[in-house]
Design a protein around this ligand. Structure first.
Ligand SMILES: Cc1ncc(COP(=O)(O)O)c(C=O)c1O
Length: 291
């Protein structure tokens, strides 16, 4: 395995509370509320040829996630868009991953933190394919019910179970975990939405307790534009056996074919191939996609 370059020890610039700061100076205090109580939200974005795909939707989701957690980001969607573009340009990058994050600061310690300052940072780096030859195994935790967690926010706290599940999957030799939801329906992986090709149609879980991914919505639009019927519904795990092709979608994952789920194996089918082409064109601005 190539040597890890720690993320805190890199060259470059990070946008931090409205200022551009040298990468290694982008630090926070150990008594930050976001660290102790999970009061943190984030985004994952990708730039292609210097342009972030669906930037406005990502900036808006960051603001919305903060509101779901009860805080208001001190920047507008326009200011976040501009800060993102400035950060990419300052780092001299073109194709890169973008990580905005917002969190409660260290003014108050304790569960209540109404007076804490809301901090925002944006970092960018080159990041290749998120998955390769993806094989999934059933996760050890389920996605929580909407009345037990803020499931529609991209909130850092929700990823606690994702990291545990992903580590458990990797320990068994798999690439990621397939999570079910609190009712036992197929939900998503720890960082991507899932689609099943069954009999020429595309089936995907209803986004009622999972992240309604921006890539998920893009892929639904692309499929419909090709005349492929998309069925959003509750999917039982036993139905994984009836799928001819399966892929996952996400900003980091883009569209990644699934090669296996435990003992079940899949080929890269015609729907996946078509959508891989269309997504490639859409992200590079070759073809107009519905917003
Ligand atoms: C749990 C989870 N589901 C789905 C997605 C896909 O979302 P998007 O396509 O907006 O990146 C992500 C990635 O952000 C994720 O972390």
């Amino acid at each position: 395995m190539a040597a890890l370059i720690p993320y805190h020890d890199r060259d470059g610039w990070i946008w931090y509370d409205g200022e551009m700061v040298p990468w290694r100076d982008a630090q926070l205090h150990v008594l930050s509320h976001g660290l102790h109580y999970g009061s943190s939200v984030f985004e994952g974005e990708r730039a292609y040829g210097g342009k972030v795909f669906k930037l406005r939707e990502h900036s808006q989701r960051l603001i919305d996630s903060g509101r779901i957690l009860g805080f208001e980001l001190p920047y507008s969607v326009e200011q976040l868009d501009e800060a993102t573009n400035t950060t990419i340009a300052k780092n001299g990058l073109s194709d890169c991953y973008v990580r905005p994050v917002a969190w409660r600061g260290s003014e108050m310690m304790g569960v209540a933190a109404q007076a804490s300052k809301i901090h925002v940072a944006i970092a960018v780096w080159e990041w290749g394919a998120y998955y390769s030859d993806l094989r999934l195994t059933r996760a050890i935790y389920d996605r929580p019910a909407p009345n037990t967690a803020p499931v529609h926010a991209k909130a850092a706290g929700l990823y606690m179970i994702c990291t545990i599940c992903k580590h458990a999957a990797e320990a068994k030799g798999f690439g990621d975990a397939l999570m079910l939801d609190y009712r036992g329906y197929v939900a998503e992986t720890t960082g991507a939405n899932i689609f099943l090709g069954i009999g020429g149609k595309l089936h995907t879980p209803v986004a009622d307790c999972i992240l309604n991914g921006i890539t998920r919505r893009t892929v639904i639009d692309l499929a419909k534009a090709r005349g492929i019927e998309v069925v959003e519904r509750h999917i039982m795990p036993a139905e994984l056996e009836t799928a001819q092709e399966i892929f996952v979608t996400g900003t980091a994952a883009e569209i990644t074919p699934v090669r296996a789920i435990d003992a079940l194996t899949y080929q890269v089918g015609p729907i996946t191939k078509q959508l891989l082409d269309d997504f490639h064109a859409a992200t590079r601005g070759v073809q107009k996609v519905a917003a």
